[in-house]
Design a protein around this ligand. Structure first.
Ligand code: SF4
Ligand code: SF4
Length: 119
């Protein structure tokens, strides 16, 4: 009987979960997730890859109008969202955003090529 009473009482409780993606959690000013890359202003310096504490960034070749250029590819599944790559970037072309739609059923989808990071 006691579990039934508890269940009935809990019917009026505020929901603890959200109906994602229709409902979104509000984020603090300090929370930042998915990166955005401006491919035009990246100078291929690799500073982001060198500073990444979890070795999450790999420099890969990307085809551009003027030829090929190396730019960061990021393994989001290993990212700590620490922001060090953004901080060190000399042209501020790599930035963390409020985007947190990172769910995927295929682990290969967590590897974001420069083209995927254009935002
Ligand atoms: S946020 Fe941190 S862990 Fe993620 S890619 Fe940038 S430096 Fe690496
Ligand atoms: S994203 Fe910024 S730090 Fe990384 S290679 Fe490009 S210019 Fe350098």
């Amino acid at each position: 009987m006691e579990p039934l009473v508890k269940t009935i009482k809990s019917l009026g409780d505020k929901r603890a979960t959200l109906e994602f993606p229709e409902e979104r959690q509000s984020l603090d000013d300090t929370e930042r997730y998915m990166m955005r890359l401006d491919m035009d202003t990246c100078v291929s310096c690799s500073a982001c890859a060198r500073i990444c504490p979890n070795k999450t960034i790999r420099m890969v070749e990307t085809v551009r109008k003027a030829g090929t250029k190396v730019m960061p590819e990021i393994g989001i599944d290993r990212c700590l969202f620490c922001g060090m790559c953004e901080e060190v970037c000399p042209t501020k072309c790599l930035t963390l955003t409020k985007g947190y739609d990172l769910e995927a059923t295929d682990k290969r989808k967590f590897v974001k090529r420069p083209e995927d990071l254009r935002g």
